[in-house]
Structure formats: C-alpha cells, structure tokens
Design a protein around this ligand. Structure first.
Ligand SMILES: [Zn+2]
Length: 340
C-alpha cells in the first residue's frame, strides 16, 4: 500500500551543519544556549571552506531527498568562506535534484566588514538569478546599521529576510530591534522567547527537535497569529519527524489538541516554496493522514519526482551516488574536525 503527497518543505535548515556529527567535544561543557553557540556552532562555521560546504550540502540534500523533502530553505554561515558559498550550496542541491531557497546569515560577530561581505554575497547570488533571500544571523549579533541594511537590500531585491528571532533569552530584545523592519515575506526562526503580543510580521519557523536539544524551551507556536512552518534547524531533513515532534510537544501542554494544527504547519512550507506542491512523493505507507503519520514510525519515500523527473526510485537517488556522497562527506568531516 502506498500513498502520494507533494514534496515536503524543510522551512529552516543549515546544510553547513551536516558534517558536525562526530566533531570533537568542546573544550568545556556548554551550560547554556549562548555557550552552545560559542563552543559548537561558531567554532564550526569559522572552520568551513568551500570544499567542506560542498560536501556538507550534498549530504544534507541527499538526506532530505531520502526523507521526501524536495525543498530546502537554507540559512548559511561560513565567515571565512563567504564569497561564492551560496553558489556552492545551490550547485550541490541541483546535483541531487532538490529545490533550494538560500540566504547568507550576516553577522557583526567578525566586525562590520564580515556583515558587509555577507550582504554582498546575498546580493550577488540573487542578482545572478539564484533563488535566495537576504539572511541575518540574529538581531543580537548585528548592529542596527546591519539590520537596516539587510532589510533595505531585501526590499530592493523584492525578497524576504530569513533570521533567527528569540531562540534563546540572549535575543529577547529582537522584537524591539526589528520593530518596523519586518514584512510578511520574512521568515522568523524559533521565536521561543517572543512575546505572544509581538508586532513582527512574517512566518514563524518552528524547530522542535533543535529547541529540545538546546534546552531553550517550548516556542508554543499555536499562540501566534503569524503563519507557522516547520524546520529542522540543521538536524537532518526529515520533516515528518519535525511534524511528529511538533505534535507531541503541543500535546505536552494541551491534551485536547490533535495532530491537525502541526500538520497545517507542515503545509505552510508550500506557501514558502510553492513549486514543491507540484512535486510527488510516493510513500511506503497508506494513508498519509496526520493521525496515522503521528503514530507510525519508519514511513519512507519509495519514489520522488521533482518537476516531473524521478530523482528517487526504490528509495535510492537516481542522479547521484549516495555511497560516494557519504564517502566524500566523511573525508571532508575529518578535515573539518582536525581544524577544531
Ligand atoms: Zn537555525
């Protein structure tokens, strides 16, 4: 028994984090979210070069496809390999056959020049025809000038901004800092500590597994009037898993709720990447109904079509060699971990 759905959309991914698994433990155990950023992610992203980014993006795109995800909304950062990084990610996704909407997340963590070069990478990629947004890491790592420059560039280019908002308590000023800048096409990731009566515009991206892993708290996205979509925050590309977790986390604070709200959040992905609606995933399970999916482990895609082309057949990618992508990822991960 099989059933078919459109291609799933992962509305918040970090393809650059695919090589993080197995990385050496940080020098000291991180005891809060800020320390997780400083000791894990900000050490990892500064060590990335374009070869690592390519291997990481290929692996992330492959793992997304293997989970029925045909569109990845990626938020990228590599402060020592900014120029051309978005092209490398776009080429890797095109090779595997999945859709990509990518942004370079600017930050003033490495000085104002780093933020400027990040903005230039967004502008260059989008003006060259790339499917992009303008990225901001988060308000708390950017000056007001950088926030305004990013919002201005996005408006000029006719795209939205993809930004982390109130993921941890270190970013609780975000609603004030972003006041008046946001528009409906912005993507606001996490929003765990965003007040319910905030005035920010845009779609809120809920990343249940990442929020649990970082002990930042429960975003309870049902409390917002904004649209909500589901992401993984870089922990793989399995959007059904995000849905299942989103459902049980909502259930953990409201025993009366069913899986339909969490399923609607998954469906919001198609408003962000509408083309994925035309993609076709044939699943190993029938029916693909929210109540069934919420309690059925191991559902997997058998066949995936993007733009009419079969890019996964019998559970295997047709355009790329999965073993080779994994082998190259292992080599590049070893180089990356040696730098750490
Ligand atoms: Zn993120």
């Amino acid at each position: 028994m099989t059933a078919t759905t459109p291609g799933l959309v992962c509305a918040h991914h970090h393809l650059y984090s695919a090589l993080a698994r197995g990385m050496p433990a940080p020098p000291k155990v991180a005891s809060n979210f800020q320390e997780v950023l400083e000791q894990v992610w900000w050490r990892l992203d500064t060590a990335l070069d374009l070869d690592m980014i390519r291997a990481s993006a290929l692996l992330g795109a492959l793992e997304a496809l293997e989970n029925g995800t045909t569109a990845i909304v990626d938020h990228h950062e590599s402060p020592n390999a900014i120029e051309g990084s978005l092209d490398v990610i776009a080429e890797a996704c095109a090779e595997v056959g999945v859709r990509l909407l990518v942004a370079y997340g600017i930050t003033d963590r490495h000085g104002a020049d780093g933020a400027k070069r990040g903005l230039e990478e967004n502008e260059r990629f989008i003006k060259a025809g790339g499917n992009g947004m303008v990225g901001i890491h988060a308000a708390f790592t950017c000056s007001d000038d950088s926030l305004e420059a990013a919002a201005g560039l996005a408006a000029d280019l006719g795209v939205g901004v993809h930004i982390h908002v109130c993921e941890g308590i270190g970013d609780i000023d975000a609603p004030n800092r972003l006041e008046g800048l946001t528009t409906d096409d912005w993507l606001l990731s996490h929003c765990v500590h965003l007040p319910t009566d905030h005035t920010l515009r845009g779609t809120i991206l809920h990343n249940p597994m990442s929020n649990l892993n970082n002990a930042v708290g429960y975003a309870n996205p049902a409390r917002f009037s904004n649209p909500v979509a589901l992401g993984t925050d870089g922990i793989g590309g399995n959007v059904l898993e995000s849905f299942r977790l989103a459902y049980v986390m909502q259930r953990s604070v409201d025993i009366t709720v069913g899986p339909d709200p969490a399923w609607r959040w998954l469906e919001t992905g198609w408003d962000i990447v509408p083309e994925a609606r035309d993609d076709e995933v044939t699943w190993s399970y029938d029916p693909m109904d929210p109540w069934h999916i919420a309690f059925t482990p191991g559902i997997r895609p058998l066949e995936v079509k993007v733009d009419g082309e079969t890019i996964l057949a019998d559970g295997k990618p047709t355009r790329v060699d999965a073993d080779e992508i994994r082998a190259v990822a292992r080599e590049q991960a070893a180089r990356l971990h040696a730098r750490l």
